[in-house]
Write a protein that binds this ligand. Structure first.
Ligand code: SF4
Length: 79
């Protein structure tokens, strides 16, 4: 089952890289604004850095990142 992943509101990311450390398969830091974004390969809209769809085998690491984000802006839900 695919899962939707959102970073919302992305502008409140504090750039501590926790999500990237836990789940670098899905998240990476953006060179322009220094905040986390969804890797391009998973984005539903190439221009929307904050939303994507991931396969089932990445759900657990994305959920762990969501549970660990200090500002609770990562959301994982069935697509
Ligand atoms: S864990 Fe949260 S605050 Fe930290 S970089 Fe990722 S999205 Fe931003």
């Amino acid at each position: 089952m695919p899962y939707k992943v959102r970073i919302d509101p992305r502008d409140t990311c504090i750039s501590d890289m926790v999500c990237v450390s836990i789940c670098g398969e899905v998240f990476e830091m953006n060179d322009d604004d220094g905040k986390s974004h969804i890797k391009a390969e998973f984005r539903t809209d190439p221009n929307n850095l904050a939303e994507g769809v991931i396969p089932d085998d990445l759900k657990d690491c994305a959920q762990e990142a969501a549970d660990s984000c200090p500002v609770n802006i990562i959301h994982v839900e069935p697509a």
